[in-house]
Every structure is written in structure tokens, then in C-alpha cells.
Design a protein around this ligand. Sequence first.
Ligand SMILES: Cc1cc2nc3c(=O)[nH]c(=O)nc-3n(C[C@H](O)[C@H](O)[C@H](O)COP(=O)(O)OP(=O)(O)OC[C@H]3O[C@@H](n4cnc5c(N)ncnc54)[C@H](O)[C@@H]3O)c2cc1C
Ligand code: SF4
Length: 509
Amino acid sequence: MPKPRLILVLGDQLSADLSALRAADPARDLVVMAEVTGEGTSVPHHPQKIALILSAMRHFAQDLRAAGWQVAYSRLDDPGNGQTLAAELLRRAAEAGAEALICTHPGEWRVLADLQALPLAVTVLPDDRFLCSPGDFAAWAEGRKELRMEWFYRDMRRKTGLLMEGDKPAGGQWNLDAENRKRAERSLLRRAPLRFAPDAVTEEVLTLVEARFAHFGRLRPFGWPVTRAQAVQALDDFVTHRLPSFGAEQDAMLEGEPWLSHSLLSAALNIGLLRPLELCRAAEDAWRAGRVPLNAAEGFIRQIIGWREFVRGIWALKGPAYLEANALGHGRALPAAYWGGETRMACLRAAVGQTEALAYAHHIQRLMVTGNFALLAGVDPAAAHQWYLSVYIDAFEWVEAPNTLGMSQWADGGVVGSKPYVSSGAYIDRMSDHCRGCGYKVAEKVGEAACPFNLLYWHFLDRHRARFARNPRMAQMYRTWDRMPADHRARVMNGAETVLARLDRGDVV
Ligand SMILES: Cc1cc2nc3c(=O)[nH]c(=O)nc-3n(C[C@H](O)[C@H](O)[C@H](O)COP(=O)(O)OP(=O)(O)OC[C@H]3O[C@@H](n4cnc5c(N)ncnc54)[C@H](O)[C@@H]3O)c2cc1C
Ligand code: SF4
């Protein structure tokens, strides 16, 4: 019998058809799964995120054993646990007499480097759970002046055949986003997402996490799907009850309504319990059966085969150096409000408050509230990246970094987005009901009560004039700014400087 090989399954690789498992022989090889402090504390992950991964790993290991695999599973509190992936792999290799490791490409560059440094024969297989391989993405990107999601998305529609009628998009248009900008109505009845009561395995994990990780974020109540069966139920529930209104109110925010019509499926998808194509097919089937409007199905499918695959392609294309990007030279510390500190800003309080309670905020809260404020305030993009990677249930480097450093902080100098996502308070007022309960006044442009977004927006444009004034999508804003009376502009700049000075002193903003 040849020597056994180690087959590594990471916490976000919980898919029965993972490439590493497909390459293995259950009669010969040993699957290694390890809960290690080193991964739980690489950044201060939200306790619910740690619990999700540990519980889903334990359930997945049970399934693997039932399917005939030998699994060496290291629990966090095992006395012999070396508490890093490398230490556990070497321990298992010594125990089993293994000299080779097969793994699927991890979603974090740091982990890849650690694995490649092991004194074992390491084979890294592609992660083919994505619909576009790094090679295909690189071929698509080759020779293009700009990499824009919209063009990539159209190719992905053609490639997958999703929402296609022959070679034309169903309904005649590729992108129905113009129909998806509605303010949410409080009166609209949306069924809250399915939450799952912890079973004995999850309860044990919750107790362990409670004892070991005193990170930002509340652990309970915990209701995330931790098995494939639960994730499939969550998908069905979303398609039936929230997908119909997903499109229209995709960008909306309502005080005290964290979920609205969102799917909450990103975590299950990112750890491998669901596959991207099955989500898209479910949405397409619902549209073809007349159960959801086209703008909802198209909007949802675009997020998955468009944005999700696009940012993964960027992450793979740009490599580890991307994580250091800081095109705008920003260096301010992340305000304490992001870690639950006091703030008078109702929109920021709502986004951070629900993040702390639920490890979840939807896209527009991440992009246009926390992201927008960090960018306008000139926060160090590395600090923003660490924060987003820490606090969200679905945060893994390959998807979080391009969204934060690229889309949200424009730290990559325009690789992901042609212009920065910045706005004054007017956008938040239009898309939410936060402003009416705020310590600031969104209608005030200057003075003590002025919304900080209103002040910092112009300060941002002014301080980055050399870079953005000639951007055709921003030139109009510079013309507007330049037409304002000089004394008004001076008051705006002074007001913004006051806000920034307060942030630097750690005063409440
Ligand atoms: C600063 C910032 C950081 C982000 N960090 C992450 C992250 O760490 N992990 C993550 O999965 N998403 C991230 N996103 C994208 C997006 O906000 C989340 O995917 C979404 O909010 C997850 O909630 P949901 O499942 O309810 O999504 P829905 O609104 O229901 O959307 C459906 C699905 O589309 C996919 N999707 C939507 N937008 C994106 C996007 N921009 N990039 C990739 N996939 C997308 C997700 O898989 C999501 O489940 C980030 C966005 C921003 C602006
Ligand atoms: S007034 Fe400004 S800070 Fe307050 S909720 Fe509205 S946008 Fe946010």
C-alpha cells in the first residue's frame, strides 16, 4: 500500500466535490481538518463567524466519515493541538507517515504561503467551485484598458446561458439596475429569513467560542445555516419569500430592518455549502415560472456571476501585493465608532450596531455608509480591510479585499471601479429613513449641525482634485463645487477639518 497523503479541507472548503477530495483515495488518504487559534485570531473575527466555521466544519467532518473517509479532526480544545495549520499538518503527517499534502487553492494568500513552506510535497489544486477560473479571467483581462464588471458579466451570461434567449439577454436588456433603486417602504411585509436553532454540535461550539474569543460582536442568538441541508432550505426560503422584492429594494436601508429582501446566503456560499450556479438556477427558474419579476432575478444573478466572480478574478490576477494598495495615500485610524464607540450619526450607528449584533450588514450599508465614511475621512485602507475581514459572517480575503480596497476605498487606483463610491448625506437620505433620527441634519451644508457626509464629501473632492477633476464621471461635481461662493466653500472646508480633527482626537462624531 503506498503511503497515505494528507488531504486538507479548510473551513471555507466544505464542499463534497472539492478538488482536493476528488483527487484523493478514501482507502489510502487521510483528510485533515483543524480548528486552530492561529486562524481564529489572524484578525479579530466576529464570534458568530468563528462559530459558523467551526460548527460547519464539525458537521462536514461527520458527513465525510459517513461517506467512508478517514478524517483526522483537530478540535480547538484538543490538548495536542499545535494551534496553527502548519503545526497540525506536520503533526498529522508524522502520525500517519505521510510525506505529501493535497489541498485546494486557499482564499487567502497568507495561508497559501504557509502551506507552500511546509516540508511536504505540496500539491495545490485549483478551486473550481468558481464559474470563472483565474486563467480564464486573466485571458479576459488581457489587453483591456479597463476591467469593468459589466462587460465581464455579459460574457458570463453568455457562458452560463443564464437568462438568455438565444444570444440575446432575456427581456432585451443585460442590466435592469435602473429599476432597482427604490426606497424601502416600511409597510411592505417581508418574511424574515429562516434562522436555524443550534443543535448539540453548534451548542458545544458556541460554548467554546464564548470561552475563548472576546472579540467585537455578539455571539447569540446564533441562527446561521451550518449544514448543506440547512443552506438549501435557506435558499428555498429566500427564493419564495424575498427574491420577488429583492431587485426593487436592493439598495434601501430601514432603521431596525437589517435583512429587508436580501438573501443572507453569502456565508453559506463562501464556505462551500452552496454553489453559485445552483443559486442562479433557482432564481432563473422562479422567474421562468412567473414567481419573481425579471429585475429581481437579473439583479440577483448579476451579483453572483457578475460581481462575485469578477472580484475573485481581480484577487487572483493581482496577487498578494493588492492587499498593500493605497492609491490615495490615506492614513487615518479607523474611528472608534466602527468598534461600537459612541456616534451621533444615525446611519453609522445602525450599520455598526447590526454588524455587532448579527455579523451582517447588506451591501449598501457596507459601501455607502461605513465604506463611504471611511473613504471620505481618509481612513487607512489597510485598517478598513482588517475591519471588514473581521466583522462580517461572509468575509474571506478573496472577496472582501477587492470589495473593500477596490470598490469601497478606491485604494487600487481604479481597478475595480472607474470612480470612487462617495456621496454626501443626500444619497443616504434618499435610500433610508436614518436621517430623521440623527444627531445631525442632512439638509444642513455647513455649521455645527451639518451632516458630516456633506462636509467630508467636498473635502474629499477638493483634496483629490488632481486625481479626479478630469474623470468624466466626476467633472460635473467639480464644476458644482467651483460655482459655490468662496466663503461658503471655506466654511465647508473648515467644518470638514473640524470633523477630521475630532476623529483624530477620538472625540464623538
Ligand atoms: C466594503 C465591502 C466589503 C464586502 N465584503 C464582503 C465579504 O467579505 N464577503 C462577501 O461575500 N461579500 C462582501 N461584500 C459584498 C456584499 O456586500 C455581500 O456579498 C452581501 O452584502 C452579502 O449579503 P447577502 O448574502 O444578503 O447578499 P445579497 O444582497 O442577497 O446578494 C446576493 C449574493 O450576491 C453576492 N454578492 C453581492 N454583491 C457582491 C459583491 N460586491 N462581491 C461579491 N459577491 C457579491 C453574494 O454572494 C450574495 O450572497 C462586500 C461589499 C463591500 C462594499
Ligand atoms: S444626517 Fe448624515 S450622518 Fe445623519 S443619518 Fe443622515 S446621512 Fe447619516
